[in-house]
Design a protein around this ligand. Structure first.
Ligand code: NAD
Ligand code: ZN
Length: 347
């Protein structure tokens, strides 16, 4: 038996004793070293309906050690250390073979391939079953540093990768929401682009974190933020705006502060609605040429590159560690906005 942090009913998290998962021929059994808590886990906890009929083990940011190897798996050995790519895609379809595993065709129009902890059981437990091809080696990174790379770095990296064309010398990138994802996004921008980075958050502590990790300027997320960004960009706006919050106030900020031909990348899932009006530019809507992308997760190649950045010391996750048993308290602290960086559970 093993301990697992499970969603047992809407709004209810429980540490339970459950059987160690059985693995199939194409799977690995991973002994979990660390599992990050993402804001999306709070979203799952807050859903008014069950995600699954039986209790669901949460956790899609998982790192650990291979404990058993399925009979049909080649090239992996017990004792290897790695993390879990969270898109459990088919690997065969046009999108997967083209390197867009995050929008696998098998996932349909919803385009969210099975994700551990949000469908199949996740990694807030002592062990997790994973498909062997989701395992990505981490070298000598420690587990609490490695686990958040699986989403906080992957998703940030993908959003930035999709806006690289805009991130030329002289450009400005705005990062809204300096939480688990945003504080890593600031570092990826700093390490891989020459753009000036403007960080935006409601919390001064988070802005302080952004400044420590390479943001050039920090702004309170309030009614004056648009004016500030426009003033700093000669009235044009920022070439790329990454919104890691996604509430009404931040989607409006993104639309109003992105430059002509700029990239607005919607990552946060706060339920905000941005009005994109089919009217001449110049008003409050999107300027000419600007693009919007709802950015989901990332590709396996994005993850491999994000891990390489971390191994090179270019990304450091600000981690707050909790024992798995203290998971419910860690969730409450995240809900109250009290986590700086990423909360990570250690089984
Ligand atoms: P987090 O709780 O760690 O961080 C959120 C940050 O936003 C905090 O620093 C908070 O102070 C700040 N914030 C809150 N309201 C704000 C406002 N009005 N203006 C500016 N900043 C504000 O969350 P996280 O784990 O980094 O996740 C961020 C969002 O991204 C969540 O909505 C999550 O569900 C979503 N997410 C999306 C994907 C995807 O693939 N699209 C993947 C992972 C997470
Ligand atoms: Zn997540």
């Amino acid at each position: 038996m093993m301990r697992a942090l499970q969603l047992t009913a809407p709004g209810t998290l429980e540490l339970r004793e459950v059987p160690v998962p059985e693995i199939g021929p194409a799977d690995l059994l991973l002994r979990v070293g660390a599992a990050g808590i993402c804001h999306s886990d709070l979203y799952a906890l807050g859903l008014p309906v069950r995600m699954r009929d039986d209790p669901l083990t949460l956790g899609h940011e998982v790192a650990g050690t291979i404990d058993a190897v399925g009979s049909a798996v080649t090239g992996r050995t017990v004792g290897e250390r790695g993390l879990v790519y969270l898109c459990w895609s088919c690997g065969q379809c046009r999108e997967c073979v083209g390197g867009n595993e995050n929008v696998c065709l098998a996932a349909g129009r919803g385009a969210m391939p099975p994700c551990p902890g949000l469908g199949p059981d996740g990694g807030m437990a002592e062990y997790i079953r994973i498909p062997a091809n989701s395992f990505v080696p981490i070298g000598d990174l420690d587990f609490p540093q490695a686990a958040p790379l699986a989403d906080a770095a992957l998703t940030s990296y993908h959003a930035i990768e999709g806006a690289r064309e805009q991130l030329r010398p002289g450009s400005t990138a705005v990062v809204i929401g300096i939480g688990g994802l945003g504080h890593v996004a600031v570092q990826i921008l700093s390490a891989t682009t020459t753009a000036r980075i403007i960080a935006v958050d409601v919390d001064a502590k988070k802005l302080f974190l952004a400044a420590n990790y390479g943001a050039d300027e920090c702004v309170r997320s309030d009614a004056d933020a648009v004016r500030y960004i426009l003033d700093r960009t000669d009235g044009r706006g920022a070439e790329a705006v990454f919104d890691f919050v996604g509430v009404d106030a931040t989607v409006r900020l993104a639309v109003e502060s992105v430059a002509p031909n700029g990239a607005y990348r919607m990552v946060g899932l706060g339920g905000g609605v941005s009005e994109i009006a089919a009217v001449p530019a110049g008003g409050p809507g999107l300027p000419w040429g600007a693009t919007v992308r709802k950015s989901y997760g990332g590709t396996k190649s994005d993850l491999v590159e994000a891990v390489a950045l971390a191994r090179a010391g270019k990304i450091t996750v600000e981690v707050e560690q909790f024992d798995l048993a203290d998971g419910p308290a860690a969730f409450e602290r995240l809900e109250r906005g009290e986590i700086t960086g990423r909360a990570v559970l250690i089984p």
